[in-house]
Design a protein. Structure first.
Length: 172
């Protein structure tokens, strides 16, 4: 079958069990997967195969390299990366929770102290990513947790971490 999720699931079957799509952007798709070796849920970001064929994989490979070298309490770590049957991918933690976008849609407005805390944590992560990696991160609508941000896009799909105020910070 030529269905990409089935092909992807087959290609990664020895390392991860793909469960469902979490989200997609212009360059990649993120899937929720189970890592049986460590018995944990993870987010697997996969470069769109058609982009790899047309544009090459250099930008995505650079994204992997930059992400792998970022170490900050407000940035999600890279667990794994590789190539499997033509799929370039990397793996980050999956974090359950409500996204900031969903929370704002539900509540319409955050308390000022929470908005300031979220902004401060995201700014710290972005500053570290920019200065530490010498490359500006791609920042989508962040998912919010006590401050872990994916500098390269939708690392965990609908996941996020909860901060002390009950707000989710983290990734886009």
């Amino acid at each position: 079958m030529t269905d990409v999720p089935e092909r992807l699931a087959s290609a990664l079957a020895d390392r991860y069990r793909i469960e469902r799509e979490l989200g997609a952007g212009g360059m990649a798709t993120v899937y929720l997967a189970h890592d049986p070796k460590h018995d944990r849920k993870v987010a697997v970001k996969v470069l769109r195969p058609e982009l790899a064929a047309v544009l090459g994989a250099e930008r995505f490979l650079n994204e992997i390299k930059v992400t792998a070298n970022l170490h900050h309490p407000h940035i999600l770590p890279l667990h794994d990366s590789g190539e499997a049957e033509g799929f370039l991918y990397y793996v980050m933690p999956f974090v359950e929770g409500e996204s900031l976008r969903d929370r704002i849609a539900r509540e319409k407005q955050l308390p000022v102290n929470e908005a300031v805390e979220i902004g401060t944590q995201v700014a710290a992560a972005l500053a570290h990513a920019h200065h530490g990696a010498r490359a500006p991160p791609r920042c989508h609508s962040p998912r919010y947790q006590a401050g872990q941000h994916s500098p390269t896009g939708r690392a965990g799909g609908r996941g996020g971490f909860r901060d002390r105020a009950g707000c989710y910070l983290g990734r886009g």
